[in-house]
Write a protein that binds this ligand. Structure first.
Ligand code: 5CA
Ligand code: ZN
Length: 403
């Protein structure tokens, strides 16, 4: 599928410092050490109800990763999927009486335009699941050759017993795993399964559902294996960052890591598992099921997208936080202050802001700390005539904020 257009990234003097990120699997901040190209896989949207602020918050976090790596001199190989066939999408299409492919296409177009408005750098590959079903099926075949799968009726399951590293990503107890698996599309109670945490790799054809031919019978991919196949196909195993919101830690990234391990024999599947916090509204996580969504596309006619981006950046990417309209007003004020200050003939030392913002972002994406440094610069006087242009470039290249 077409990705989206890339904003220009101004070149900054010198180069950034090594990026450190909190790795969920290590339960600690770790320095990323990309060898050659930095490789990142970020899970894309299931294309309905796009693009709400929760989605935007998550993709913004990985945009900061992308920008920090480039500033540190790395080329970045970024792949993202779109789950353009899956139970929730089919259910929404059914419920609203639209064709599921039309729904997906319309929502993905809206997502692309929202990403462009927020100046989020596009992935090199933007892959729809429906484009690579054969690849996914061949991965299921490879897992079967390694003895890691079995059938329940005509459906193909991954046997958790075949995954020695199961639990390494989330570190959750089995009880918590069962609870989250049930809550997030799993089927722990299905009769005929060898273990409640075994997961669906291939759903055999059902009447009225889309299906694709496969050696083990017509059907469609299970959720986790789609991302494993797309990441393996484009990045290979051992890529630097697997990213998403924290609701993907389990089951999605845990199970994908096991599929990648068993399919390739290599561990880790991703060197770091990086997760963004949840954005809430009215006390509840913004989610399609609750319908408590604030859409980027609804804010765009009434607010500068750069203010929306600044409002999100004011929160640490790993924090869970609640959206309120006041935050947009505060962000608009900040944007106006930054634009005024970088429009001056001079200001305080610009290189100090460059070094400070680099250091803050490299420290597990401390965007709030970076914003505070630019606030301070904007509020003070100084004689550095190169500073206004440099600070403008720092805000753009590292934070994606066009002043
Ligand atoms: N309220 C929220 N706050 C922060 N991130 C969220 C929120 N809701 C969803 N996300 C993140 O947005 C991304 C897309 O979510 S999604 O549309 O439900 N799609 C999926 O999770 C799958 N297509 C991933 S393969 C995921 O990384 C998810 O964790
Ligand atoms: Zn995914």
């Amino acid at each position: 599928m077409r990705s989206w257009s890339a904003p220009n990234i101004p070149k900054l003097p010198g180069s950034g410092v090594p990026l450190r990120l909190y790795d969920t699997a290590a339960r600690d901040v770790r320095e990323t050490r990309p060898s050659g190209q930095a490789r990142m896989y970020v899970c894309g949207i299931t294309p309905y109800d796009a693009t709400h602020l929760g989605h935007a918050n998550t993709y913004l976090a990985f945009d900061l990763v992308n920008r920090a790596w480039r500033d540190a001199g790395h080329e970045v190989h970024y792949t993202q999927n779109a789950t353009d066939v899956d139970d929730p999408l089919l259910e929404r299409a059914q419920a609203t009486g639209v064709d599921w492919q039309d729904l997906a296409e319309r929502e993905i177009d809206l997502f692309r335009s929202d990403m462009e408005a927020l100046r989020i750098l596009p992935p090199r590959e933007y892959v729809g699941v429906t484009e690579v079903v054969d690849e996914i099926a061949s991965l299921v075949g490879r897992l079967t050759e390694r003895g890691a799968t079995y059938r329940v009726d005509d459906d193909v399951y991954f046997s958790v017993a075949a995954a020695p590293k199961f639990g390494a990503v989330s570190g959750y107890s089995e009880e918590r795993m069962l609870e989250l698996f049930r809550e997030r599309g799993g089927d722990p109670d299905r009769p005929g399964k060898r273990h409640p945490l075994d997961w669906l790799l291939w759903r055999a054809e059902r009447p009225g559902e889309p299906s694709w031919a496969a050696p083990f019978g017509p059907g469609r991919p299970g959720w986790h294996v789609e991302c494993t196949a797309i990441a393996l196909r484009n990045l290979g195993s051992g890529f630097d960052v697997a990213g998403g919101g924290s609701d993907l830690i389990f089951p999605h990234h845990e199970m994908g890591a096991c599929e990648g391990h068993v399919a390739t024999g290599e561990w880790p599947f991703a060197r770091a598992y990086v997760h963004a916090g949840m954005v809430a509204l009215d006390g509840e996580k913004m989610s399609k099921s609750r319908g408590n969504l604030v859409f980027v596309s609804k804010l765009r006619p009434v607010a500068d997208p750069m203010a929306v981006r600044l409002a999100l950046l004011a929160h640490h990417y790993r924090s869970d936080w609640e959206w309120t309209p006041e935050q947009l007003t505060q962000a608009e004020d900040r944007l106006a202050r930054w634009r005024a200050a970088t429009g001056r003939a001079s200001g305080p030392d610009g290189l100090a802001v460059l070094a400070g913002v680099r250091e803050r972002i490299a420290d597990d994406l401390d965007a709030p700390g970076a914003l505070a440094l630019i606030d301070e610069w904007a509020a003070a006087e100084g004689g550095d005539t190169t500073a206004p242009a440099l600070v403008r470039d720092v805000a753009d290249a590292l934070l994606g904020i066009e002043l």
